[in-house]
Design a protein. Structure first.
Length: 75
């Protein structure tokens, strides 16, 4: 029961980090981690956001190479 809840929270955290990566890629706005004064917390935050970037890259590469996705003309 506890392990399932822990896995659920971990997946939620990765999804949130991936959404932040998508916002950064589409709008250019990103969290300002240099403003975090604690170096350990800043490092953890940078790594956390890096996980989202990696997942976002994997999803994007999958979509680009898939026949089920096409570039939209809307922008």
């Amino acid at each position: 029961m506890v392990l399932g809840r822990l896995v659920h929270y971990a997946i939620d955290a990765v999804l949130l980090s991936t959404v932040v990566a998508g916002v950064r890629r589409s709008s250019g706005f990103a969290p300002q981690t240099p403003l975090i004064s604690d170096p350990t917390l800043r490092s953890v935050t940078d790594k956390y956001l890096g996980v989202g970037e990696t997942i976002f890259d994997m999803i994007q590469a999958t979509a680009v190479n898939s026949q089920y996705w096409a570039k939209s003309s809307r922008r």
